[in-house]
Design a protein around this ligand. Sequence first.
Ligand code: DO4
Ligand code: MG
Length: 281
Amino acid sequence: MKLYKLLRGALLTDGQGYRLLDEEWNTIINRSDLYGYLRGVNSSKQQVSESDAQLWIDQELLPPIGDQEVWAAGVTYFRSMEARMEESRNSGGADLYDRVYHAERPELFFKALAHRVAGHGQPVSIRKDSAWDVPEPELTLYINSEGAIQGYTVGNDMSSRSIEGENALYLPQAKVYDRSAALGPCLYVPESPIGSETRIEMDIVREGQVMFHDAVKIDRIKRSLVELADYLYRECSFAHGCFLMTGTCLVPPNEFTLRPGDRVDITIGPIGTLSNTVGYN
Ligand code: DO4
Ligand code: MG
């Protein structure tokens, strides 16, 4: 079985070679059968040499997003519910997280447009008015305009725990600011849906030392990926498709907060590693 990894600027690899695609990114990815299209391209387009491709990759650090919106699901893993209940205990909001974890309707929120999204190797940010900040490593779906999941990427839903913990109504400020999201390193397009055995792994590195390392399988999620996509598309249309982060399964211990200079590496087995250094805007 072949799999395809698409990079922004339209380079395709199936692990056996690279081919340049000349269409615009929105057009390339928003197809009814993206996998089938890529299979066709793979046999019809001329291969680019490995060294030319590497040069091209090194120059193109763009995230795999064009005119798509990025949305996010919340409290889809027990660990996220537990951590948020702790951080919001003093605000009286702890109960909200328990309720939404068990509710039929998932939590879905708007996260970003492309101009707020960092790619692999680009900096992500923490807010200067926040005292407690974490990365959130999330399997991210690419859903086409018809509502079908066509691909996957690695996402980082950067979050301010101090702002969200102060009052849950501050969620948009805790979640949405310049470079508060990262996507990459590619759009992964397999023939069949990503396996439930897939692992999400995160390392946070400070001055060469690993400050946090953990990994969890995506089968710990409370809801199915299709259910999340279906809810999002109930009353929203997306002309170019949409990215949906599916919630964090890893939260560093409460005493940890990110600092400028930290590096966050998030690996999701078949997709690759998304690596970003933290800074201030
Ligand atoms: O409820 C707030 C956000 C939750 C979230 O981002 C997550 O669980 O990943
Ligand atoms: Mg999140």
